[in-house]
Design a protein around this ligand. Structure first.
Ligand SMILES: Cc1cc2nc3c(=O)[nH]c(=O)nc-3n(C[C@H](O)[C@H](O)[C@H](O)COP(=O)(O)OP(=O)(O)OC[C@H]3O[C@@H](n4cnc5c(N)ncnc54)[C@H](O)[C@@H]3O)c2cc1C
Length: 414
């Protein structure tokens, strides 16, 4: 891999940029790999990366039915935070957040990580109590957050209307090292590093069947032929139920559309991320100046990567009352992704009923922030059969009633 550096840019400028190699290779599939990962989203690519980085396993293929990063990884609103309530969640999200801090340097790829601070507004007494409790829990977990008053909210984000017409702002849960990163770059950075380790990232290769023998995985059938493997990781977000069905087991998740939109670009007016969960909308400003806006998930199951129109209206209404300054902005683009929701709004990183098939899903509306930590834990689970970070997130928790309830911290109305 050619290192990206200021020196390389200057050198290439003199060569009219003819010397840049492809960022990752496009190989033909081999007959067999030690490990196959299905899904080249952030979580799948991070799993492959940490298999190589932490365990030296590089005979790995990542199979993707579309283009890498074209799923939810390239469709989210890029918010990164770790202000969750339960210990198991705080541990994995904080691991991810702390890995993000130095990931650009590690991958030699600019992820544009911007720890600009994230605030979750408290607009009811109930939310004040909930967020105070989370701040206390975070202090015990070693996650840096604090509950701030409404004056401080206004100071940090002057464009907020703290007297909101329906719900006044009473305070906020503030995480100063939360923020955003460029979502495509996260996928591209991991892909480039995986390819450099000799792993195969095979795009336009849809897995259509999972082959097993004696309760153990032997390989997959794909649109580019059968491929054998010793271990299989299913990391396909909203399509997890479909893949699980191929392997012959069921998952306690639902797939629904979640959508986002951006406005036309405007001058810098907001340098923090704000989530207003009562009225329901969240917003940040991209480096290009667009206001990046997200809202709630559709109330019915589907696989269309669009989302329904009434959610756009509800989200825009919520944000216009929170930020009256945006009321005359034009919407530039809108899109949707299929998110994988569990009943307790926590992920699944787990062994499955089929030996050597592992699954990583259920990140729902909030898995972008978790990508490095999730990949770290999934790789460890696939190699060692257990991972401290993943221990609580097994499939058996649904049978045993050990839910990790994060419906408040998940922050998106479901
Ligand atoms: C609108 C929106 C806003 C969001 N905002 C945030 C946010 O601000 N912060 C945050 O933390 N999270 C957010 N999320 C959630 C986050 O995007 C996801 O949790 C995360 O990206 C999931 O990553 P993934 O790698 O698991 O899935 P994906 O990126 O969806 O990757 C899965 C891949 O599997 C592939 N695949 C599926 N079936 C097959 C098959 N049969 N064969 C081969 N490949 C297959 C798909 O093509 C896809 O590329 C948001 C999501 C959406 C939709």
């Amino acid at each position: 891999m050619k290192r990206y550096s200021a020196f390389a840019i200057v050198r290439e400028a003199f060569r009219q940029h003819t010397g840049w190699p492809r960022a990752w290779a496009s190989p033909e599939p081999r007959e067999r790999y030690d490990v196959i990962i299905v899904g080249a989203g952030g979580h799948g690519l991070a799993t492959a990366y940490y298999l190589g980085r932490n365990f030296g396993i590089t005979n790995v293929a990542v199979l993707e039915k579309g283009w890498l990063g074209g799923g939810n990884t390239g469709r989210n609103t890029t918010i990164i935070r770790s202000n969750y309530l339960q210990d198991a969640s705080a541990a994995i999200y904080e691991k991810a957040r702390s890995l993000y801090e130095t990931l650009s340097q590690e991958l030699n790829f600019n992820l544009m990580f911007s720890p600009r601070g994230v605030m979750m507004l408290a607009q009811t007494e109930h939310e004040v109590r909930g967020y105070r409790r989370t701040a206390e829990a975070n202090a015990l977990q070693g996650v840096e957050t604090e509950f701030i008053g409404r004056e401080r909210v206004k100071e940090l984000c002057p464009i907020i209307n703290i007297e909101g017409p329906r719900y006044p702002v009473l305070g906020a849960l503030w995480q100063p090292r939360g923020g955003t990163a460029r979502h495509d770059a996260v996928a591209w950075g991991y892909a480039r590093a995986c390819s450099d380790m000799g792993m195969h990232i095979i795009q336009r290769c849809e897995v259509t069947g999972i082959r097993t023998e004696g309760g153990r995985v032997t390989g997959v059938s794909t649109t580019r032929g059968d491929i054998g493997c010793n271990k299989l990781g299913i990391v396909v977000a909203g399509h997890s139920g479909v893949l699980a069905q191929m392997a012959g087991f069921r998952l306690p998740i639902e797939s629904v559309a979640l959508q986002a939109m951006v406005s036309e670009p405007v001058k810098p007016c907001m340098d923090v991320v704000v989530m207003a969960n009562t009225v329901h909308g969240y917003m940040s400003q991209s480096d290009k100046g667009e206001m990046v806006i997200g809202g709630g998930a559709d109330g019915f199951n589907n696989y269309t990567q669009r989302g329904s129109f009434h959610h756009i209206e509800e989200t825009v209404r919520a944000l216009c009352e929170t930020f009256p300054i945006i009321s005359r902005l034009k919407m530039l683009r809108q899109w949707g992704g299929i998110v994988d929701m569990t009943g307790d709004r926590s992920p699944i990183i787990s062994k499955t009923p089929v030996e050597n098939i592992f699954i990583n899903c259920g990140w729902g509306t909030g898995g972008f922030k978790a990508i490095p930590g999730s990949g770290w834990a999934m790789a460890e689970l696939m190699v060692k059969g257990e991972s401290p970070l993943a221990a609580e997130f097994g499939l058996n928790r649904f049978r045993e009633g050990r839910f990790i309830d994060e419906s408040v911290a998940a922050g998106v109305a479901h």
